[in-house]
Design a protein around this ligand. Structure first.
Ligand SMILES: *Cc1c(COP(=O)(O)O)cnc(C)c1O
Ligand code: SF4
Length: 430
């Protein structure tokens, strides 16, 4: 990474300190094709992967800095880092305890089943990424057995679960980044689902950041062609293979190899959808989203979700108030073709469900937010708008509450959805 030598000493020092706490991983594609080094450290794609000083509180930064400066033993640095991490809400929205379904009477690790139609599946080997995004803590939750033997055991558990749940139409393989896995591992998980027995699984989705961080996966890796053949097999079996591409900025796919990867995926029969969070200093600009969505449509990618950054990790560094997020979304969506208006947002993937911000009323002192569920454990709540109240600069669902004066329409729903923890309706999901 020769370019980082040109970074100001201050930036490199901050990187040395902060990366003791927040994960840092980068590769040659990111450093040579994505980052604009002349613009670093302000460059959005630099910020996407390089930790900055402000991502820690001044006290936490000083604490680690002191240990680094006096060359404290590794164990001591690690212990301090663990304490700081535990304060950064590493497992937001109850991801670890909730939504874990049962299989054969015990909790099925490696699965989440929150919305009736879709099971999330976390194969152990897919729980890391080609590079780490500075705003993400997700990789931290799993590190497991990564042998092929374990992969086939996992695949068997997935099959048992799907046999017991004919209501599931979608399997979303996620991570980390499942595309970090070799093709033979992916095949061990996917191919068995293509039989008649699993005809109810109409879509197999794979969540990935590889189009940005390692498009070589689909073009020049030794098993890239095998991966495309696997995708073809899914299409031949009459199923939909959806690549859920994580894209924050149009520059991530503005290079020849990423474009080649997109072309090859589409040729193999994959449908590509894009999603990603709105982040201060990276993409908090309508022009970035308008260009992002327009270019995606031109390349055959379907814009899907603009997320609100989760309440985790260095979220203070990246968070954008909901009203500003809505402004950015509206301004961007108004500039693009109807084909790009498939993007929904801003959406909070919160504990009770996926909540879209539809409107914000800042006119009467206290802000009012018009929200709706796009996903909920209880499907009957979907697409029934309700009002909530909060501060003007609220950034997340938990900062909102039911209004003191219920709106005319469906006050029951307002109370239930905003205040109380939702009932667990899914028999198998706890
Ligand atoms: C987002 C999400 C899904 C998929 O929802 P879609 O709206 O169908 O894309 C499934 N499960 C969980 C837990 C999710 O957060
Ligand atoms: S690629 Fe996804 S899972 Fe990996 S660090 Fe980035 S946001 Fe997190």
């Amino acid at each position: 990474m020769p370019q980082s030598n040109q970074l100001p000493e201050e930036t490199r020092h901050a990187l040395r300190v902060v990366s003791k706490v927040l994960p840092f991983r980068v590769n040659s594609h990111v450093t040579s094709s994505l980052i604009n080094w002349d613009a670093a450290p302000e460059d959005p794609l630099f910020r996407l992967v390089f930790p900055a000083r402000e991502m820690l509180s001044p006290e936490n930064f000083a604490r680690i800095e002191k240990l680094v400066m006096k060359r404290a033993p590794q164990a001591e640095v690690l212990a301090a880092a663990q304490e700081i991490r535990a304060d950064l809400n590493p497992h937001p929205s109850g991801q670890r305890e909730k939504n874990v379904p049962e299989l054969d009477g015990s909790p099925a690790q490696g699965f989440q089943h929150k919305y009736r139609e879709t099971v999330l599946y976390f194969p152990a080997r897919g729980q890391t990424c080609h590079a780490y995004c500075t705003f993400c803590f997700r990789w931290a939750q799993f590190v497991g057995d990564t042998s092929l033997k374990f992969a086939s055991k996992e695949a068997e558990a997935l099959q048992r679960y799907l046999r017991a749940h004919p209501e599931v139409t979608d399997v979303l393989i996620t991570g980390g980044d499942p595309m970090i896995m070799g093709t033979h591992h992916l095949a061990a998980q996917i191919e068995p689902l293509l039989t008649e027995e699993f005809a109810h699984v109409s879509s197999i989705r794979i969540g990935t950041k590889s189009l940005s961080f390692w498009p070589q996966r689909f073009v020049s890796d030794p098993d890239a062609d095998g991966l495309l053949r696997l995708i073809e097999k899914v299409a031949e079996a009459g199923r939909n293979l959806a690549v859920m591409a994580h894209i924050n900025h149009w520059r991530e796919i503005d290079n020849p190899i990423a474009r080649e990867a997109i072309r090859r995926l589409r040729d193999a029969g994959a449908v590509i959808h894009s999603q990603g969070p709105l982040l201060k200093g990276i993409n908090d600009d309508p022009a970035v989203w308008a260009r992002n969505w327009s270019e995606q449509v031109q390349l055959g990618i379907h814009p899907y979700y603009m997320f609100v950054e989760r309440d985790t990790g260095p979220r203070r560094y990246f968070e954008v108030p909901l009203h500003r997020g809505l402004d950015i979304y509206r301004t961007a969506i108004q500039q693009v073709s109807g084909l790009a208006r498939s993007a929904r947002g801003p959406v909070m993937s919160a504990d009770p469900g996926k909540v879209e911000v539809m409107d914000v009323d800042l006119s009467q002192g206290r802000a009012r937010y018009l929200l709706q569920f796009l996903q909920s454990r209880d499907p009957s709540r979907v697409r029934r708008p309700f009002w909530a109240e909060g501060e003007e600069d609220a950034c997340w669902f938990t900062q909102l509450s039911a209004p003191h004066q219920a709106p005319a329409a469906s006050p029951e729903i307002v109370r239930k959805e905003v205040v109380s923890p939702e009932p667990q309706r899914m028999p198998a999901a706890r």
